[in-house]
Design a binder for this molecule. Structure first.
Ligand SMILES: Cc1cc2nc3c(=O)[nH]c(=O)nc-3n(C[C@H](O)[C@H](O)[C@H](O)COP(=O)(O)O)c2cc1C
Length: 199
């Protein structure tokens, strides 16, 4: 069996009263029983990222702000990503877009999946995020985990526990993890070959 993939579970919203940590804890539990992935929580809020203020993306030149460099170093440790995605005005949060922009090299050639919530399951935010991910040379996986409709009202607005909706979304969480593992192994192998070829 392949070495377990190291996957970051990124909290994509940063406001004090955010819902994001609740589904993130649930997602950690969904992955815990699997031997093929190791999820690690990465909280955007802990990185104090400035609004992007570099001379260019780090696709072209190294970033100067130490907070951007620390963010790049952290996300560079992973084989793939799952982003806990709130929908703000039919897109991702400004904080998450800024965090995507603050790196390039580290995101590239890795899979990304989304656990989203909103009236329509955060679907509009996820579609935007997938477009951004493609430009960052990532592989957005087909399946997402969407907390929508009455499940959204119950958990986000009424703050009922995730256990009340878990059986509705657990199958998609496992399918998404399967897809992350497939692409994660494929892209890790190719990144290793690229590194060997580069000496
Ligand atoms: C600025 C803002 C814009 C929002 N826009 C949407 C939206 O377009 N669609 C939606 O389903 N919910 C929207 N909501 C409601 C969010 O789904 C809800 O507040 C959720 O808790 C936000 O995620 P967070 O708690 O992790 O910040 C919006 C919330 C905020 C604060």
């Amino acid at each position: 069996m392949n070495k377990p993939l190291k996957i970051a579970l990124i909290l994509g919203s940063t406001r004090d009263a955010r819902f994001a940590p609740i589904p993130a804890a649930w997602m950690m539990e969904q992955a815990a029983a699997r031997g093929d992935v190791e999820l690690e929580l990465v909280d955007l809020k802990e990185f104090d990222l400035p609004l992007f203020n570099e001379k260019a993306s780090n696709a072209w030149m190294p970033s100067e702000d130490p907070r951007a460099v620390a963010w790049q170093k952290r996300i560079g440790e992973f084989d793939g990503y799952i982003v806990v995605t709130a929908e703000y005005n039919h897109s991702i949060t400004g904080a998450l877009k800024n965090a995507f922009d603050q790196a390039y090299v580290e995101w590239a050639h890795k899979p990304i999946g989304f656990l989203a919530y909103g009236g329509v399951g955060g679907a509009r935010a996820v579609e935007h995020a997938r477009n951004i991910a493609v430009e960052l040379q990532m592989v957005p996986v087909r399946t997402g985990v969407h907390i929508g409709g009455s499940d959204y009202i119950a958990t986000v607005h009424q703050r009922q526990p995730m256990s009340t909706i878990s059986e509705h979304i657990a199958p998609s969480a496992q399918t998404m993890l399967n897809e992350i593992v497939w692409w994660g192994n494929a892209t890790r192998t190719q990144r290793e070959l690229d590194a060997q070829a580069a000496g």
